[in-house]
Write a protein that binds this ligand. Structure first.
Ligand code: PLP
Length: 398
C-alpha cells in the first residue's frame, strides 16, 4: 500500500464536491437543476480576447515563455496595478496559471510548520487547504455577526493577530459574502500588520466587480507596500475561468523565492493565453462594465425576491455571491422536528435538501467556515434566478 504524506492527508476533500456530485446525479436522471453553486461568470469570454488568443496561436506563440511570464503581459499588469495605485515593475510580478496557483506559491514561500495564519471567516475554501498543506496553523476571525463587514470586527481581528502571526489573508470583495471592506477596515488591517510585522495577502480577484463603491487596494496604504502581496487574475472580471491566468505582485525577495517554486512546478502560464491576457487588460473595459452592470441587476433582483419571501440578507457590494441565512427555514425546522432529540439540522442538510427537493444547487456556509448559511452565486440568468428562488420558497427552504 502507498504511504501518503501528512500534508495531504490532513486536508479534507472540498465540501462542495458532495453537492456537485449530487447535482450531476440528478441531472443524469433528467432533473432540471438550477445551479447557483458555481463560482464563475455565466458570460462567454469577450470576443476580442478570444480572437487575440487565436491570433497568438496562429502567430506561433506556442512554445515555453520565461517562467515569470512574457514581458508584454507583465508590463500591462504593471500598468494596471499603477492605475490601482500600486507600484510594481515587471520584475516584481509573476504570471500564474490562475490566481489559485499564485496563492499556492505565496503560501508555500511564507508558511512552514507551526506558522500562524489568520483568516477572516467566511473565507474562500482553498485558503485553509493551502495553509494546512504548508503545515501552518489557522486562527479564524468570524465576521458573521457584523453582516460580514470587517470594520466593526476590528477588535476581534486585534485579538487574533499577534507577534506570532506570519500571514493574514484579506479577500475583498469577498467570496463567499460579496462584502467590500471599507477604507477604515483596511486601515485597521494596516495598523495591526505594521504593529506585529505581519505579511498580508490581498486577494483582489473580484476588485473589478463592485456596485457603486470602489475597492481600495490594501498595498496602497502607507506602510503596506513592503508587506503586501497583491493577487489578481482574469477568471472573474474577464470571464476567463478556463484559460487559467492570474498573477501576483510583491516585494522582489518574495518574487525570487516563490519564483523558484513557480519555475520548478508549472514552468509558466500558457504562452498564447498570456497574449490574450494582454488584450484583456488593454482593450476590454466596455465588456467588463457590461458584465458588472448585469451582475448588479441580478443582485438587486435576488435581494428583492428574497425580501418578498421575508428573508433578509447582508446586501453584497461586490463579486457575485451572497450568503443566505438558512437556520430558520421551514424545511430545516421540519427536519429538526422529525429527528426529535437529534442535534439541529445544519446548512449541509439544508443544501442537500434544497437540491433534492427543489433541484437548486448552493454551497453550504460551513465549507467557508460559517455554518448556518448557504452561498448563492447569482452569476446566472434572471430567469434562472427567479425560477430557483421560487422553487426554494415552494419547498419551504426560505
Ligand atoms: N480567490 C478567490 C477568492 C476566488 O474566489 C477564486 C476562484 O474561485 C480564486 C482566488 C482563484 O481563481 P482562479 O484560479 O480561477 O484565477
Amino acid at each position: 500500500t502507498m504511504d501518503f504524506t501528512d500534508r495531504l492527508t490532513r486536508v479534507e476533500p472540498s465540501a462542495t464536491l458532495a453537492i456537485s456530485a449530487l447535482a450531476t446525479e440528478l441531472e443524469n436522471e433528467g432533473a432540471d437543476v438550477v445551479d447557483l453553486s458555481v463560482g464563475e461568470p455565466d458570460f462567454p469570454t469577450p470576443e476580442n480576447i478570444v480572437e487575440a488568443g487565436k491570433a497568438a496561436m496562429d502567430a506561433g506563440h506556442t512554445g515555453y515563455t520565461t517562467s515569470a511570464g512574457i514581458i508584454e503581459l507583465r508590463e500591462a499588469i504593471s500598468e494596471k496595478l499603477a492605475d490601482d495605485g500600486l507600484d510594481h515593475g515587471p520584475e516584481e510580478i509573476i504570471v500564474t496559471p490562475g490566481a489559485k496557483q499564485a496563492l499556492y506559491e505565496i503560501v508555500q514561500a511564507l508558511v512552514e510548520d507551526g506558522d500562524e495564519v489568520v483568516l477572516l471567516d467566511p473565507a474562500w475554501v482553498s485558503y485553509e487547504a493551502m495553509v494546512k498543506m504548508a503545515g501552518g496553523d489557522l486562527t479564524r476571525v468570524d465576521l458573521s455577526e457584523t453582516d460580514f463587514q470587517l470594520e466593526p470586527a476590528l477588535d476581534d481581528l486585534a485579538d487574533a493577530v499577534s507577534d506570532e502571526t506570519e500571514l493574514l489573508v484579506v479577500n475583498s470583495p469577498s467570496n463567499p459574502t460579496g462584502a467590500v471592506y471599507s477604507d477604515a477596515a483596511l486601515e485597521g488591517v494596516r495598523d495591526l500588520a505594521v504593529e506585529h510585522d505581519v505579511t498580508v495577502i490581498s486577494d483582489e480577484i473580484y476588485k473589478e466587480i463592485t456596485y457603486g463603491v470602489e475597492q481600495t487596494s490594501l498595498g496602497t496604504l502607507e506602510g503596506m507596500a513592503d508587506r503586501t502581496v497583491t493577487v489578481n487574475g482574469f477568471s472573474k472580471a474577464y470571464s476567463m475561468t478556463g484559460w487559467r491566468l492570474g498573477y501576483f505582485a510583491g516585494p522582489e525577495d518574495l518574487i525570487d523565492q516563490a519564483g523558484k517554486l513557480h519555475s520548478h512546478s508549472v514552468s509558466s502560464a500558457a504562452n498564447f493565453v498570456q497574449h490574450a491576457g494582454v488584450e484583456a487588460l488593454e482593450n476590454t473595459d466596455e465588456a467588463v462594465e457590461e458584465m458588472v452592470a448585469a451582475f448588479e441587476e441580478r443582485r438587486d433582483l435576488v435581494v428583492d425576491l428574497l425580501d418578498d419571501h421575508g428573508v433578509d440578507v447582508a446586501v453584497p457590494d461586490g463579486a457575485f455571491y451572497m450568503m443566505l441565512p438558512v437556520d430558520d427555514s421551514e424545511a430545516l425546522r421540519a427536519s429538526d422536528d422529525a429527528s426529535g432529540d437529534q442535534p439541529r439540522a445544519d446548512d449541509q442538510a439544508w443544501c442537500e435538501g434544497a437540491l433534492e427537493d427543489a433541484h437548486v444547487a448552493t454551497v453550504p456556509g460551513s465549507a467557508f467556515g460559517t455554518p448556518g448559511y448557504a452561498r448563492i452565486s447569482y452569476a446566472a440568468s434572471e430567469e434562472r434566478l427567479e425560477e430557483g428562488i421560487e422553487r426554494l420558497a415552494e419547498e419551504g427552504y426560505l
